[in-house]
Design a protein around this ligand. Structure first.
Ligand SMILES: [Zn+2]
Length: 253
């Protein structure tokens, strides 16, 4: 049995940042949240979720991440110091250095982790189809740049999400995604229904903002296909767990 708790970003690690994407193994939550559920307020026992988070953070060696109320928007929240769950709405969490961590919860939506080589700032982005249609990757890069970053210094790791194999969308959704940035229409395929490639569209949005191709890593895995490793809202419905994608900044020297 696979007992890995998370997948890691090699690209971020090469530059002394930590980027992780939790899997569903190694936690204490019971069905249908088995077992490493990291989502609060979805019906799982809070002590279980807290224990799961503690296990994940201890294993990864990172501090408690800042989290927020995610609303499928493109708004950002600046975070500093010790992490906690903010009672504010945001789908982009930006962390200032040093030793800060920020995270977003997903179950099929795409997590994107960002880190700036020069300023040391970090960001976690929750990009579902609504966020992607709102060009949330661009909003995140703009936000970092408003705090002194330059796009060519930003590293990005695109995490696991529902793949084009499983992500069927209606025509109106397909149109909104195709209109999110120039060239995005190339990542909507029609095969009886529309299939959208969220990860590829977000990668394109990052490139359009000036992020260097060799600064983008993509951990390819379909959360709906791989039911042993991932929770999936599309596959399992509302009663399923949530993953947490976390980026942690460089430690103070
Ligand atoms: Zn799939």
């Amino acid at each position: 049995m696979n007992d890995r708790l998370f997948l890691s970003s090699d690209l971020l690690a090469q530059h002394d940042f930590t980027g992780i994407f939790s899997l569903r193994h190694g936690g204490v939550s019971i069905t249908p949240f088995d077992s490493l559920n990291l989502g609060l307020d979805i019906g799982d026992d809070e002590p279980h979720v807290q224990e799961n988070l503690g296990t994940l953070l201890k294993t990864a060696g990172i501090p408690t991440p800042h989290q927020a109320i995610q609303v499928h928007g493109a708004g950002g929240l600046m975070c500093q110091g010790d992490g906690y769950v903010h009672q504010e709405e945001a789908d982009i969490l930006i962390g200032a250095k040093p030793a800060c961590a920020v995270g977003v919860r997903t179950a099929d939506c795409l997590p994107v982790l960002l880190a700036d080589l020069k300023t040391g700032m970090i960001a976690a982005v929750h990009a579902g189809w609504r966020g992607t249609a709102k060009c949330i990757a661009k909003a995140a890069i703009k936000s970092l740049c408003s705090h002194g970053s330059q796009a060519e210094h930003i590293l990005a790791c695109i995490g696991p999400c529902i793949g084009p194999c499983c992500f069927e969308v209606d025509e109106a959704t397909a149109e909104q995604l195709a209109d999110s940035c120039s060239g995005a229409e190339g990542y909507i395929k029609f095969d009886k229904n529309f299939h959208a490639d969220l990860a590829a569209i977000n990668r394109l949005q990052l490139l359009r903002c000036g992020v260097e191709p060799h600064h983008i890593e993509h951990i390819k895995a379909c959360t709906s296909c791989l039911k042993d490793d991932f929770f999936s809202y599309r596959r399992d419905g509302e009663q399923t767990g949530r993953h947490l994608a976390i980026v942690a900044g460089r430690r103070a020297p």
